[in-house]
Design a protein around this ligand. Sequence first.
Ligand code: BV8
Ligand code: ZN
Length: 257
Amino acid sequence: MHSYQSFVELNPIVKSAQHILVFTGAGVSAESGIATFRDALTGLWANNDPEQLATPEGFLDDPARVWGWYQWRRQQLAGCLPNAAHRAITKLPAQGRQVTVVTQNVDDLHERAGSREVVHLHGSLLATRCFDCAALAQVPVSAVPLAGEAISPPACEHCGGMLRPGVVWFGEMLPQDAWSAALAAAERCDLVLVVGTSGLVYPAAQIPQLAWESGATVVHVNTEPVPVAAEREFSLVGPAGQVLPALLESEESMGSE
Ligand code: BV8
Ligand code: ZN
């Protein structure tokens, strides 16, 4: 579990932070019931080969399989709720403090918890666009009986092309505006909370490092200890749904203004 010592050490840093960057990965949604990518038992990658499914080639190779997998994930998400970690993050903004949430996740749990400004580096499960003409589309979550059952993607009403999930696949560029916003937050922040990410996917994984290089303090919140190599870097070990509220409470208990 997280060491109390680091809370006491961290508290003045959290309290005095004027711009907090909260950088999240699949681990922040794990306690809401959304499988992480790396979780050995239920990880999405364990059951599906991401190189097969989360790539444009995989989609063109078998559109129904990929579309069905995303529809299943949308359906899963519809039944999930934000957890205590998402809620603790919405409480971080105190008067005058700026908070930027940059997430690798494609779920909408930060928004549903009440976070206003969420930067999605890898797009959103709830967004749909045409694979050919990129026109946006609204597609209801269809009842997908089995996990990842193949369903042919609907046709675009503008050009008849195939609709695709509005997420960033492997080998695809990140949305320019999201990437620029993440870089700006990394430059400006004085504290980064890195919550529930294995830090394996690039270029997203560069964000905490860039913030550290700009002088920010980096606090990892992860069920696994994260090796901290440098000064101004801490690792709090435990589920985000417990660690983040505790970190925030210790701030409140120390009388945040
Ligand atoms: C790009 C959307 C280039 C889709 C995602 C070879 C070929 C092709 C590309 C590459 C290659 N080698 C490297 C690359 C680059 C590639 C990459 O980094 N690959 C990795 C696998 C090595 N990156 C890309 O392709 C990116 N684009 O590089 O473009 C380019 C350049 C110029 C011109 C054109 C193109 C695009 C990457 C985006 C991929 N899309 N998602 C979808 O969701 O289906 S990535 C997806 O996986 C997620 O979004 C997320 O980013 C990633 C999973 O990572 P995490 O979020 O960290 O989750 P994970 O399960 O790994 O870890 C969970 C953590 O939480 C663990 O540490 C665990 O301990 C912890 N945890 C668990 N429970 C809890 C907890 N912590 C706290 N509390 C808990 N309760
Ligand atoms: Zn189209």
